[in-house]
Design a protein around this ligand. Sequence first.
Ligand code: ZN
Length: 89
Amino acid sequence: MTGMWQMLGRPLRHWRDHRFTITNSSAYLDGELVAAEHRRVHAHAHACPKCRYLLASLRQTLIGLGGLRRAAPESVVPDVLETLRAADS
Ligand SMILES: [Zn+2]
């Protein structure tokens, strides 16, 4: 049984970190996460190409918005996340 849990543990942990990273990606880029959460996202993105892509895309979006960001951050970030979620399934 121990062996089975070791086999299951890794993907489950990865999946939970994956959801956490997607959910908190904009907060991560905004530096709004506490240190432990920030490290969790950082470590996961290192191991997960999809989340590296997500964070890179979001970062580009936030940079691209520049001065517009304060006016309409809510409308763009969810769209990007939605697109990436759709691409993921
Ligand atoms: Zn991931």
